[in-house]
Every structure is written in structure tokens, then in C-alpha cells.
Design a protein around this ligand. Sequence first.
Ligand SMILES: Nc1ncnc2c1ncn2[C@@H]1O[C@H](COP(=O)(O)OP(=O)(O)O)[C@@H](O)[C@H]1O
Ligand SMILES: [Mg+2]
Length: 643
Amino acid sequence: MSQQKFKAGQGGPGAGPNRHGFRKPKNIGKTLLRMFKYFKKNVGLLTIALLMVVFSSLAGVAGNYLLKPIINNLDTGIGSIVKDDLTDVALQAAKSRIMESLVGSLAVMAAIYALGAIFSYFSSRIMVSIAQRTTNTIRSELFNKLQKLPIGYFDSTPNGSIMSSFTNDMDNVGMALEQSLSQTITSLFTVVATFIMMLVLSPLLTVIVVLMLFIMLKIVKTIGGNSAKYFREQQKSLGDVDGYIEEMVEGQKVIKVFNHEQAACKEFSKRNEDLKHAATNAQTFAGLIMPIMGNLSYFHYAITAVAGAIMIVNPGNWAIFAAMDLGTLASFLQFTRSFSQPITQISNQINVLLSALAGAERIFEIIDVEPEENNGTVRLSAKGGGLAWKIPEQEDLVPLKGDVRFNNVTFSYVKDQVVLRNVSLYAKPGQKIAFVGSTGAGKTTITNLINRFYEVQEGTITYDGINVQDIDKNDLRRTMGIVLQDVHLFKGTIRENIRYGKLDATDNEIERAAKIANAHSFISRLPDGYDTMLTADGTNLSQGQRQLISIARAAVSDPPVLILDEATSSIDTRTERMIEKGMDSLMSGRTTFVIAHRLSTVRNADAIMVLEKGEIIERGTHEDLLELKGRYYSLYTGKIELS
Ligand SMILES: Nc1ncnc2c1ncn2[C@@H]1O[C@H](COP(=O)(O)OP(=O)(O)O)[C@@H](O)[C@H]1O
Ligand SMILES: [Mg+2]
């Protein structure tokens, strides 16, 4: 409700229903049809609610119409008293008869209005509950889909646009269901029914009303046309100011480091001034419209009343159209007042409905994205104490060992931009394979392919002799401990963050993993130890500490394959030397892929691959490569630096 008010406050003539500008849906029919599928479960309730909406608007119209007989009865009643020469007693009786009938009719009228109000109350309650159920379902569907989207989707879609589907688009859909749908229906029925009643009461006055209304709309449109331009300017300025604030909040540290505070303030006040001008213009027009509309409608009302009065006073001249009497005029004037309001309502609500449909369309677009493929049928199964691969229609289980091989793998993220070319390598169980090479050489890409974030386009990757594309993705990733290059920690305690690696890990297991990663000592020194709350992304820890936690998280699951992508890049050499032992014990017995910037950490690898521009240009042990006196030698002896 409050949101509706907030957004409506920004509105005014010509302004879209939300700040992000008005977007039209692409395919109204298709999207509507799809929305209706969500109501299927609630179709009974929805029908009841919409019927109530119709009844309540008809009740309003009926109530207005009742004015006619009530006033006419009163009129003739009073007329008869004056005409007849009555005794006191008879006069009293006549008076109380009139009063009785008046009270009776007023009671009927009140009952009809009350019924309308009750219908409207219950229908809005039902619509709120339907809207909440529907948005709840759609939101869950959208979130579940998010968990199944391929990594590639996030490469090409800005996070902000996904977030906006969860917030703006969802709000718009909810708002349309809660209010706009029933308001539009109410307004439609009110307008049509009012128009019919007006025609029934007096066709001639109806023509006058419609003509006047037409002129009024014309005037408003002339003013509104200008104001739409100002409102667009206001939206744009507001967007500018918002965007600037967001950027400055995110970049606070850089601003301070470069002493840019004053420049930032100056730039901000310029944008803020622009917003003031645009908003003043827009709101001045919006402020004009209401009084103009108000005055015009009083004028309009007065003209209708005068025309009606003339028709009553000179009935003869108007007989061909309709007889006019006091009750008819009163009732007609009542309708006049309630005629123009729903018309403006409809045009406002239709904007809200269209923008909700556009939002729903964007939500459905995400829901319709092909999910990450998981066509692997080879599953992990328990065998004795250990684990093994179960290949369908094959008796013997393949023991899980952690043997990884690349056979002529060629890969590109974007068509025709080859990132890995003809990469072949093998890692026997327990071996440590290191990748070195400049930034952008393709090191991270290799690890992305092992865990199947992306699928290779040429060549194959096998795991224990099985093509990774045949292995169930969840089971494949379960056998790998991965420390990604960008550490991401979740809001929660340190303990919870480490447990992310293995959901059923005991506190002892968590502590052991932390000890291996050499995170235990710094964690114990924190006042709350393992129960220290991390803010989102762990910003209350140093970058190195975050890396240690992410190493512990990878260690806790005790995986046969370990992937460490620059896992120690932010850890100082002293700490790194200290955790070296722990790291060695973490790696022993596991196939490990290490990507490291510091060559000292890869010296003891079984094989070092030097990667340049997606190709392995040198490979061998540390000693082999030094002897080769090639790229690795130059890097190691400091002749060239890793960029
Ligand atoms: N998600 C992606 N979409 C498109 N190109 C990418 C993506 N990730 C990496 N690349 C490109 O692939 C190349 C190799 O990147 P990467 O494997 O991350 O390098 P490294 O880890 O060796 O620094 C780079 O040229 C990079 O721009
Ligand atoms: Mg990388």
C-alpha cells in the first residue's frame, strides 16, 4: 500500500507508474495467458472477488439512482400538503406518512451503499491474498531458476537487471493484482453503468455532459502534454542523482584516497540543482492541473444544473427529449460528479497494468532461460568405506580416484574468440599440477572446465576415465574442493561459512579444516572465535583472512580433487610459508590443480604448465623447466615479470 502511494506520488500526468520509466509489454496476449495460469488454483476465489467488485460498483450506481424516487416522493408529498386544505390531525398524519416513507427509502439507500462497501472490502481482501499467493509462487519460481542458470548467463546479464526483476518487476505485478485490476474493473463498470443511467434519466443533459467532458479533457491534455516533458526531465535528473550517489557510496575509499571529496560535492550539487529545476517545473504543472480540473468540474456541474433547472421550469419545450423533474435532476447531477473520475482512473490504472505486464514478461524471460544442462547419468555411490562411480548398465563400479585428463581441449566463451587451444594434460591421482602464466592466459578457464561451469567445444575432459559430460554435475562438483579466485563469503558466522563445504561437518571437522588452512589461529584470536558474524562478503576480515577461510571451506569436504585458483595471492609470504605445511598436508593424497602468482609456491609440483594465450608452451618439473632456459626460466630468474 505504502509503495503504491510512494509511486503514485511520483506520478502525475504523463509520468510512468515507476521511476524506471514506462516500458510497454511486447506480447500482451501471451503474457496475460501465462499470468492466468498462476490463477488456476485460485480461479474460484478470483471469480468471487471480481463479481463482488462488479456488484459494489453497481451498488454505487443504484444508490445514486435512488435519489430520484426519494426526492420526487418528497416533492409530491409536500405538494399535496400545501394543495389540500387539511385539518390539523390530517396534516400531522400526512407529515408522519412522508417522514416514514422518507426514512424507509433512505434506509434502503443506506443498505445498498453499505452492501457496496462490504463487497468492496471483501473483494479487496481476497485480491490481496490472491496477489500475495501469486507473487510468492512466481518469486520462488524465479529464485529456484536462478540456482539452475548456467554460469554463462551471469556473464551476459548484469546483476542489477536480475535484481530489478526481483524488486521492481515483482512489485509492479503485485501492485497490479492487489489494486489496479479491481480498480480498473470498478471504474469500467461505473462508467458504463453511469452512462446508461444518465441516458435513461435525460439524453439531452447527457449530451451536454459528454460535450463538456470532451472540452475538459482537451484542456487537460494541452496542459498535460507540456507537463509530460517536464516529468520526463524530472525522471532523468532523479536517475542521474541516484546513480551518482550509488557510485560515490561504492567508491568512498577511492574518493578519499585521491582527495576527491570536494569535487564530488561540487558535481553532486550541480546534479542536485538540475533535479530541483526539473522537479519544480514538473510539480508546478502537476499543482496546476488539480485546481484547473476542480474549477472546470464545478463550472461543468453548474452548467448542467442550470440546464436541468431550465428544463424543469419550462417542461413543454423539452418534452420530446424527456420529462425533467427535481428528483431526476438531483440524481443526474450525482452521476455527473462520479462520471469523469473513473475515466481518469482507468487511464492511470491501465498504465500500471501495462507496466506490470512488462515486468511479468521480464520475469518469465528469466524463468524461460534454458537451465544449466545436467545430462550426466554417471552417479556417485558408496562402495565399502569409499565412493565410486556408478555407470548406468554397467555392473562394476569405477573407484573414485581423482584422475583428470584433458584431450585436445579447445574452448571459447564467445564464439570465434578462442581462449584455450588444443590443451592436453593429465593429472594422475595424487599429483599436483601447477599453472603459471600471465593474467588472461586461460588458467582460471581450465579450472572452469574441470568443474563444468562451461562445456568444452572440442576435445574431451575425462575424470577417472569417464567423460565429465556424462557425470552428474552435482556429484562431479561434490568430489572437488574449489577455492575460487574471487573469494565469496556469505553473511553468517565463520563456522557456518566453513561448513558450506560440507553441510554435515561436525565442529571438530571444521576446526581441523581451519587448522589445515592455518585459519585456526586468527579465528581463535577473534572475540567470538568461530561464532564471529561475517558481514556479507566478509568485509570485516582482511582479504588474506578471507582466503584462509575459503581454503578451510574447500578442505572440510575432504575431496579427492582440489582446485586452488590464486588461493594465496593476498596472503603475505611469511604467513604463506607458515601455511605451506598445512597446504602440503591438505594436498597430499589428492589431485591438486594450483594456480599461483608466486612461483615459489609451485616449485614442488609434479608438473608445471606454462600457459600463454591459451596454449601450454612449456611443461615439466621445476628442474626440467629451469634447464630448458625458456619462459619459465626467465620468469623464475626475474628476467621477465608476470603481468
Ligand atoms: N566469462 C567470460 N566470458 C568471456 N570471456 C572470458 C570470461 N572469463 C574469462 N574470459 C577471457 O578468457 C581469457 C582467459 O581468462 P582467464 O582464464 O580468467 O585467465 P587467467 O585466469 O589466466 O588470468 C581472458 O582473455 C578473458 O578475458
Ligand atoms: Mg584467473
